[in-house]
Design a protein around this ligand. Structure first.
Ligand code: PMP
Length: 285
């Protein structure tokens, strides 16, 4: 696999980052994941805009190559022959020559830019989406700036492990009695045909797939309400689902051992997945 590190395309075995990199030592970095369908990038502009916002919020400089990011994405997709899969991009505050809590001088320490691809054949025609997944709920103990897409993913990773241990696929995070989001996705329920999802704030990541799916839902005359909901409300809903760039729209059929609706994939999630995949393929670049 060819990867990209700080201006260079290299075989993955030759790519290197310093042991003093602040991404490695302090999770001082941000990332984006863009899906590839039919060899094309999905929602690329949205991911780049959010990347820019994440960098601004943390005061990390744009790497010099920022304007070339589309070209780098495309070259990696082509060179690695990706038809369906992902491009992962990470920018950290860089690698000063030592460990220090104080941010390094941006004049001497440049941000680190890394990109690589992941080949995922069958990403769109995923059999899991036809079956639906099961989730558990866990307390949301993450920091208060979840709107910034940082590489600080230990708790979400632990949440997935807790779900796995419980025989489930993912965990929904709960704060003050309300679901914030999933470990790596935005969460939804359907009640009376209406789509309900938590409103945007610093409490959740502003999902690029969320924005697209809500736009398509409104265009299809489906009703949308943006407000927090509880686990009990989800358990009593007609349907539940989540969205993310790598899973698109994913039906959720069980929450904490309780079936949602009839415990089967519902029509709203199915339709939104179809619309999202159709429209995204058309708009892919
Ligand atoms: N919330 C969290 C915590 C996430 O990690 C992700 C995926 N990166 C999302 C939501 C979904 O965002 P997107 O649709 O942009 O992938």
């Amino acid at each position: 696999r060819t990867v990209f590190v700080n201006g260079e395309y290299l075989p993955e075995t030759e790519a290197k980052v310093s042991i003093f990199d602040r991404g490695f030592l302090m999770a001082d970095g941000v990332y984006e994941v863009t899906s590839v369908l039919d060899g094309k990038l999905i929602d690329f502009d949205g991911h780049l805009k959010r990347l820019e916002r994440s960098l601004n919020e943390l005061g990390i400089q744009k790497p010099a190559e920022f304007d070339d990011l589309l070209e780098i994405h495309r070259k990696l997709v082509a060179d690695n022959g990706i038809e369906e899969g992902m491009v992962y991009l990470q920018i950290t505050r860089g690698s000063p020559g030592d460990r220090d809590f104080v941010f390094p001088d941006p004049e001497t320490t440049r941000p680190t830019l890394v990109l690589f691809t992941q080949n995922k054949p069958g990403l769109a025609d995923n059999p899991v989406a036809k079956q639906g997944i099961k989730v558990i709920s866990i307390e949301d103990i993450r920091w208060g700036r979840r709107d910034i897409k940082t590489v600080q993913l230990l708790y979400p990773s632990m949440g997935k492990m807790m779900a796995k241990k419980a025989g489930c696929d993912d965990a929904w995070l709960v704060e003050d009695g309300f679901v914030t989001e999933g470990t790596s996705n935005n969460t939804y329920i359907v009640k009376g045909g209406k789509i309900i999802t938590r409103n945007l704030s610093n409490d959740i990541l502003h999902g690029i797939t969320r924005a697209a799916v809500l736009k398509f839902a409104r265009e299809a005359q489906m009703e949308v309400e943006e407000r927090p909901f509880t686990i009990e409300e989800a358990q009593g809903a007609e349907e539940a689902f989540f969205t993310s760039a790598s899973a698109f729209v994913m039906p959720v059929i069980e929450v904490d051992g309780v079936k949602v609706g009839e415990g089967k994939v519902g029509p709203v999630a199915t339709r939104l997945r179809e619309i999202y995949l159709d429209e995204s393929r058309k708009a892919g670049i």
